[in-house]
Design a protein around this ligand. Structure first.
Ligand SMILES: [Cu+2]
Length: 385
């Protein structure tokens, strides 16, 4: 789970009235589809509150003194159209998205806390077709089709894995449940950005205790994780009724995710940004050992996020080869290098526990993630060229 999201969603659902004064009153909008966003300690200054449909670039600069992030949300205020995380102070990062005409929200999250600073954003009809033509069109259709199949397959495996996991846990077979925990979650982690794009499911299925908002009910994987790997003191095991309730909810949410992915379609920019998003998940949660506080099975999640990022990249690769072969080579090389570092920590069918890693090993993993992050962040813009 991504902490920012749980915070984003925990607050009141963004209504049209939540217009925090952060959008400039630029009368004309961004004619060329390029906007600047200045995320200060308290504000989210977007250079225009509208842009023409097509490729829109938000150049997000963090002038505050804490890490920030930027979201473009759909009109329901829940679905994420595009996001960019982990923007450290003084850094500028680009979010490139292809957007059809409609109503949206922009949102910055200085310090990654609270509900963020939101404003309405309009995409006007430029008359431009968003769909590519000719050769590109065939490549795009293949790429997005392959990715849809991948997500469906992973969700199938997640659902059957979760069924077995929930069954063991409800029956009180904790050894079996512990054994199934990390290998099942890897399917979730591979498609985590897709699950997050649905908005409501991720907080319910994957919230971490440390990131709960006041009043937020804790459900999902990590609640069960804590019950399976309880702290030595100060923890009361869940009752059978409580176990049943949290397990049933997790299974129900997984079924909802499964059914939504049956018909879900993808775009190349969504895949490019999703690939980068999965790597950001590694950087902010897994390499820090924050995701699996009790089981310490973070490296399974790490591998899952990397797998998902890699598949999206591989599916986009024929397009990238055509548009930016140097970038294609750079990303591929860095994926290989990262996998090599991760492979050092394999143990049995899985991985070492996070607590078994030395500081030097963690640093090495983190450096490999950062090295990949840089070229990977350019993939979306390159495939949309
Ligand atoms: Cu997570």
């Amino acid at each position: 789970m991504n902490r920012r999201l749980s915070l984003l969603l925990a607050g009141p659902v963004i209504a049209g009235t939540t217009l925090v004064g952060c959008t400039s009153n630029s009368p004309s909008g961004a004619g060329n589809g390029e906007l600047t966003v200045t995320s200060t300690a308290t504000e989210c200054q977007v250079s225009a509150n509208s842009a023409p449909s097509g490729t829109v670039v938000f150049k997000v600069k963090n002038t505050g003194n804490e890490v920030t992030e930027f979201y473009l949300l759909a009109s329901d205020g829940l679905r994420i159209v595009g996001e960019i995380e982990n923007i450290t102070p003084q850094l500028t990062r680009d979010l490139v998205v292809q957007v059809p005409p409609g109503k949206y929200y922009t949102s910055c999250k200085p310090g990654m806390v609270g509900n963020g600073v939101q404003a309405a954003f309009t995409v006007t009809d430029s008359g431009k077709k968003l769909e590519a033509t000719g050769d590109d069109k065939a490549l795009i259709t293949t790429a997005t089709g392959l990715y849809a199949s991948y997500v469906k397959d992973q969700t199938d495996k997640l659902l059957s894995g979760t069924e077995s996991f929930v069954k063991a846990y409800k029956a009180g077979d904790f050894d079996k449940a512990r054994a199934l925990y990390a290998p099942t979650r890897i399917y979730w982690e591979r498609i985590e950005t897709v699950a997050e794009s649905f908005g409501d499911l991720d907080p319910s299925m994957d919230a971490r205790e440390a990131d709960l908002e006041p009043g937020q009910k804790w459900t999902g994987w990590h609640k069960i994780e804590k019950d399976l790997w309880p702290p030595k003191t100060g923890y009361t095991a869940l009752t059978a009724a409580e176990r049943n309730s949290v397990a049933d909810q997790l299974l129900k949410d997984t079924r909802t995710l499964h059914s939504r992915t049956r018909t879900q379609t993808y775009t190349v920019d969504g895949m490019g940004n999703g690939s980068k998003g999965l790597l950001d998940e590694v950087a902010t949660g897994k390499v820090t050992g924050e995701e699996e506080t009790w089981s310490h099975t973070d490296l399974w999640d790490f591998q899952g996020n990397v797998d998902g990022a890699k598949v999206a990249f591989e599916n986009l690769r024929p397009i990238l080869t055509k548009k930016d072969p140097a970038l294609e080579t750079s990303v591929a090389t860095k994926f290989t290098a990262l996998q090599k570092v991760l492979d050092k920590h394999r143990k049995g069918d899985g991985f070492k526990l996070y607590t078994e890693l030395s500081k030097t090993e963690i640093k090495e993993l983190s450096d490999a993630v950062n090295a990949l992050s840089e070229p990977l962040s350019k993939v979306t813009a390159a495939v949309l060229k």
